[in-house]
Write a protein that binds this ligand. Structure first.
Ligand code: PLP
Length: 423
């Protein structure tokens, strides 16, 4: 009998025992090809010697010091490294232990920014349907995954949810991508005006949507149009790249491919590649300056923020990605991976759409290709696919999302950047 409070309480998962490179081995000796890096986490695969060595060295030197008392050399180095490659105008990295914490911190930073600059009436967030920003209450409030929100809805602060950029289902047949982008931006503008232009704190969006609707790649111009609307009303743009960031789409930040610079950028999974729980919020200088010149304090914090071993792991992961030139590899092999998926699955009667960038691909499953009708939720198709794939030694990340109010199924493939074409 297990005493671990597992996610699923009617079955106990296999015991993961060891891992190296692309493979995880369970206690019964079964080996699994890790085609999803967990949930797009393991950017370098498992047991990378450089990352392990960096973590060991940090543990031997200093394994913990509370950030209320100290900074550490390794946190400073990691922040320096992240700023070197950050979007224009970013000045500081705020370290946390994961994606939900990063989103919570970003929401509070945005709110406190407006308090500091004398606009405390801004209290409302606008985000998107079919999005996921984490499971804590603030992140869940902006998230648009209906199933995850449902039991907790009465506890969530009200937020407005507009349409995500979801060309497969929501771009009209007679609409060019640029027109679709403008229609979505107009919807955002209407939502801002409905709240009152001076009452909105921020628009929150995943640059490339991940865990709710499969990989949602935006059309060109969507984020530029959205950025322009935010700027018009002084609304901040928070981009959540917890899943799609840190190289996953072939550039360090997915927003680089959209030609926009966010005010706050959340990163997590690929930052530490699963070697340690670590995430960060990258913040524009104007936000940090408002706090440093105002109260002098960000009114937030967790015991483990800036944990030295987590920072050492993240720093090592990022150095390996650069040294081994993994981003150009992800771009080149990602294209080949997409072509392989198209070739293998493109004509399958149950595959509605295959979309992605770099090493971040989603396969949307439909009961009927013509009408794009999803499978009924009660079928729990995603659970069956996960089980069947594992039985065949493959780890992929199937999900049931919500498509126009109806549940839909997708399989996410997000292999470690080290994956070879043979893998
Ligand atoms: N934001 C996005 C875009 C995510 O995909 C996730 C996790 O999947 C989160 C936030 C939450 O991250 P975590 O599970 O580390 O709390």
């Amino acid at each position: 009998m297990t005493h671990v409070f597992h996610r699923h309480l009617r079955s106990t998962p296999p015991v993961a025992d060891s891992a190296a490179g692309m493979r995880i081995r369970d206690a019964d000796g079964r080996s699994y090809l890790d085609a999803s890096g967990g949930a797009a986490v393991s950017a370098l695969g498992h047991a990378h010697p450089d990352v392990l060595a960096a973590m060991h060295a940090q543990i031997d030197r200093l394994s913990y010091a509370h950030t209320g008392f100290f900074t550490t050399e390794v946190a400073e180095q990691l922040a320096h490294e992240l700023m070197r490659s950050a979007p224009a105008g970013m000045s500081h990295a705020y370290f946390v232990s994961g994606g939900s914490e990063a989103v919570e911190a970003a929401l509070k930073m945005a709110r406190q920014y407006f308090v500091e600059i004398g606009q405390p009436q801004r209290t409302h967030f606008i985000a998107r349907r079919q999005s996921y920003h984490g499971n804590t209450l603030g992140a869940l409030a902006v998230g648009g995954n209906a199933w995850r929100r449902a039991p907790f809805a009465p506890l969530l602060v009200p937020a407005t949810h507009v349409a995500p950029c979801y060309p497969y289902r929501e771009q009209r047949a007679d609409e060019a991508p640029a027109q679709y982008a403008l229609r979505l931006a107009a919807e955002l503008e209407a939502a801002i005006l409905a709240q009152g232009a001076d009452r909105v704190i921020a628009f929150v969006a995943e640059t490339v949507g991940g865990a709710t609707a499969g990989v949602l790649t935006p059309v060109a111009d969507y984020f530029r149009a959205v950025r322009a609307v935010c700027d018009k009303y002084g609304v901040l743009l928070i981009l959540d790249e917890v899943m799609c960031g840190m190289g996953r789409t072939g550039t360090l930040h997915a927003s680089e491919q959209e030609g926009v610079v966010p005010d706050l950028l959340t990163i997590a999974k690929g930052l530490g590649g699963g070697y340690q729980p670590v995430g960060a919020v990258l913040a524009q200088g104007k936000i940090v300056d408002a706090m440093s010149q105002g109260s002098g304090f960000f009114q937030h914090g967790h015991t483990y923020l800036g944990h030295p071993v987590a920072c050492a792991a993240a720093l090592a992961v990022q150095k390996v990605i650069q040294r081994d030139e993994l981003l150009p590899k992800v771009r080149a092999d990602g294209e080949a991976f997409g072509a392989m998926l198209q070739q293998a699955l493109g004509d399958h009667p149950r595959v509605g759409d295959i979309r992605g960038r770099g090493f971040f691909w989603g396969v949307e499953l439909v009961a009927d290709r013509g009408s794009k009708r999803p499978f009924p939720a009660a079928l729990k198709l995603h659970a069956a696919i996960k089980k069947d794939a594992m039985a065949r030694g493959l780890l992929c990340y199937p999900m049931g999302g919500t498509v126009n109010g109806v549940d839909g199924d997708h399989v996410l493939l997000a292999p470690p950047f080290i994956a070879s074409r043979d893998d």
